[in-house]
Design a protein around this ligand. Structure first.
Ligand code: NAD
Length: 453
């Protein structure tokens, strides 16, 4: 398999893909190693993870460069991602023991009762390329700490990062057969679905997530799905500083080249401030610099070539139905996969740009007459990952946040994730939670003990 640099279209290197046979061998080894790993004291497992985090810091420059070269995000954002991954690991290191300890619920009387949390067994983690460190650590770190062994399939667009993760986990003391990577694209993912894993944890698109959930349903094992979004932002007419909110919105749209599951993908603005907000947004958008991701511009290269024609078709669809293109809107000519940051107004929900996940630095801004209309449009989606309300009035924002059918709501902020809070999607955005205590226990079975005597 060729690893291509999306900013230059040059081949970085070639790697050999796994076959059904090599995956079976890796599975067998993970299966044999799992009871031994689970029998170790949790403190020993946590110590390895802590060392892994230290190694991420030690090799940060090289890891960030590899990530930028294989998936195109600006170098400073690759560094930010590594810092963010270490923050999440710190959360797991500091909190896992507490949430995985036996929980005594009845300690008096004839029958004592407790809950224990046991590892699921051998976990399959099929992952995405947009934040390979962040979405990866959400799954394999708590899985390993809980005593599972893990087959990690990085996306084919972040293979080298996946191989670094394997190398550093082993260097940190994780035994050889406790963690393996599966290298390759769709066919390798398919082969993993045929093996008897004890849990499947997937990050990626709704289409693939739905396919995987259907395919493994008969195994009756836990399935966690972190899928796409079409996340809305609403700007109410009582905000104090329009320029500040516009700058925050632009960052929410274009950070990571717009390839964040919780990127702002559509904006609704109260009619009283619509023109001023759009003016401020466009001014901010025009400041963005596109360039070689290794130079840390605002916008780097899109990770996949198909994404360029996809974004182009979304913009063309909107314009053909009456949208006004205020900035950007085009593929950048020349080598590399670059798309201009794009702003459209005069948009509505008959346009794909307002309903279909874009996953790029593009946004539609729609005028609304009041909070009710904003809510109705925000809810008019197949997805349910995050939604953001900007308003100076807490009660007004809370009233809307309560009604939103999403796993996460934001007040005066957007596009952020905290390890202390569950990360979960509703509707087509997924099933289950990662992060927080729920994400620690997600990789375990509870066992109920009834104890007499
Ligand atoms: P994708 O669905 O194309 O691929 C994800 C993974 O699935 C890859 O490793 C791929 O090789 C594998 N795969 C593809 N087809 C398969 C099959 N038939 N069987 C088994 N495995 C298969 O998604 P992507 O392009 O890598 O990621 C982008 C998507 O991920 C976006 O929709 C984004 O919103 C979503 N995402 C969600 C979250 C979240 O936390 N909710 C986080 C990051 C990304």
């Amino acid at each position: 398999m060729k690893i291509i640099n999306p900013a230059t279209e040059e081949v970085i290197t070639e790697v050999s893909e796994d076959s059904a046979q090599t995956l079976q061998t890796k599975f067998n080894k993970l299966h044999a190693a799992q009871p031994v790993w689970a029998a170790k004291p949790i403190a020993e497992r946590i110590a390895c993870i802590k060392r892994f985090s230290d190694l991420l810091a030690e090799e940060k420059d090289e890891l960030a460069k590899t990530l930028t070269q294989e998936m195109g995000k600006p170098l400073n954002q690759s560094n930010n991602e590594l810092n963010g991954a270490r923050t999440r690991i710190k959360f797991f290191v500091e909190n896992s023991e507490k949430y995985l300890a036996d929980e005594w619920v009845i300690t008096e009387g004839d029958t004592k009762e407790k809950i224990s949390y046991e590892a699921l067994g051998v976990i399959c983690n099929i992952s995405a390329w947009n934040y390979p460190y962040l979405v990866g650590v959400n799954a394999y770190i708590p899985a390993l700490i809980a005593g599972n062994t893990v087959l990690y399939k990085p996306s084919e667009y972040t293979t080298l990062t996946g191989l670094h993760v394997e190398r550093l986990l082993k260097k940190a003391g994780i035994p050889d057969d406790v963690f393996h990577v599966g290298i390759g694209a769709r066919t390798v993912g398919e082969a993993l679905l045929a093996l008897p894993f004890n849990g499947y944890f997937f990050t990626g698109s709704y289409k693939t997530g739905k396919y995987i959930a259907e395919k493994v349903a008969g195994k009756m094992v836990p399935v966690g799905l972190e899928l796409g979004g079409k996340d809305p932002m609403y700007v109410a007419d009582d905000i104090a500083d329009i320029a500040k909110v516009a700058a925050s919105a632009v960052e929410g749209v274009v950070y990571n080249n717009g390839q964040s599951c919780c990127a702002v993908e559509r904006i609704y603005v109260h009619e009283n401030i619509f023109d001023k907000f759009v003016e401020a947004y466009v001014a901010e958008n025009k400041k963005l610099k596109i360039g070689n991701p290794l130079d840390s511009p605002d916008i780097g290269a899109m990770s996949r070539p198909e994404q360029l024609s996809f974004l182009d078709s979304q913009v063309k669809d909107a314009v053909s139905k009456g949208a006004k293109l205020l900035d950007g809107g085009h593929i950048v000519e020349g080598k590399g996969y670059f798309f201009q940051p794009t702003v459209l107004t005069n948009v509505n929900h008959n346009m794909r740009i307002m309903t279909e996940e874009s996953f790029g630095p593009v946004v539609g801004i729609q005028k609304v007459k009041d909070d009710e209309e904003a809510l109705q449009l925000m809810q008019d989606t197949e997805y349910g990952l995050t939604a953001a309300i900007y308003s100076s009035n807490k009660e007004r924002a809370e009233n809307m946040m309560r009604k939103l059918n999403t796993g996460t709501v934001y007040w005066n902020c957007c596009d952020r994730v905290s390890p202390y809070l569950p990360w979960s999607g509703r509707k087509n955005s997924g099933i289950g939670s990662t992060l927080s205590h729920l994400g620690i226990r997600a990789f375990t079975h509870p066992k109920a003990y009834h104890l007499r005597g």
